[in-house]
Design a protein around this ligand. Structure first.
Ligand code: GAR
Length: 215
């Protein structure tokens, strides 16, 4: 069975690249078949084209409202063989309920904080500002709540003395690049699933999200 993945990006796409590299080196048994961006000149599109991955731009500015944009996005995603998973990887648009329900249990996101702490933007600055000792990233199923769907896994990194937004975001990003392919592999190959908004690991309801420490 082929495990096709569609990745949605808005920018440089380093998470998409990490997932693609994991597919290439066999640690992730899957194939990135389609990269879609809402931004015409998103850096990650260049990488995808260079590696022979099908790319599509659905520019949100060309649509009069969120519903019309999301409908066009659905058409772009579903135009070829349906992807087994749709991954948000730095895709910076809020999605409608119609969209998230269409891909229920097939739509994942990576967020640069230990959700539910610091949803939304500027997570690294907020973690430093709050004097948090730990920070990290979260992979979760996407539902209609912003950064609020069932959490599958978190990766924790320390906040060190003297950290600034650049040093902390680099540490978190390195963790993202390990966590996302790991979780995608588990979702595609049956270790992790979602039922009635609850995450199951090895067919049992997970009491807590999976936790990884990257020091
Ligand atoms: C990543 O840090 C990702 O977690 C974040 O955007 C960055 C994209 O980087 N996503 C969000 O903030 C979504 N709420 P990338 O384009 O290099 O993967």
């Amino acid at each position: 069975m082929s495990h096709d993945i569609t990745v949605l990006i808005s920018g440089r796409g380093s998470n998409m690249q990490a997932i693609h590299r994991a597919c290439e080196n066999g640690t992730l048994q899957a194939k990135v078949t389609h990269v879609i961006s809402n931004v015409t000149n998103a850096g990650g599109l260049e990488y995808a084209r260079h590696h022979g991955i099908n790319t599509t731009v659905v520019n949100h500015k060309e649509y009069s409202n969120r519903e019309a944009f999301d409908q066009a996005l659905i058409e772009a995603i579903d135009c070829s063989t349906p992807a087994q998973l749709v991954l948000l990887a730095g895709f910076m648009r809020r999605l409608t309920v119609e969209f998230t329900q269409h891909y229920q249990h097939r739509l994942l996101n990576i967020h640069p904080s230990l959700l539910p702490r610091h949803p939304g933007l500027n997570t690294h600055a907020r973690a430093i500002e709050a004097s948090d000792r730990w920070h990290g990233c979260t992979v979760h199923y996407v539902n209609e709540a912003l950064d609020g769907g069932p959490v599958i896994a978190r990766a924790v990194v320390p906040i060190k003395n003297g950290d600034n937004v650049d040093s902390l975001s680099a540490r978190v990003l390195a963790a993202e690049h390990k966590l996302y392919p790991t979780v995608v592999q588990m979702c595609l190959h049956g270790t992790v699933a979602c039922q009635d908004s609850h995450v199951k690991v090895n067919d049992k309801a997970a009491l807590n999200p999976l936790l990884y420490y990257y020091h």
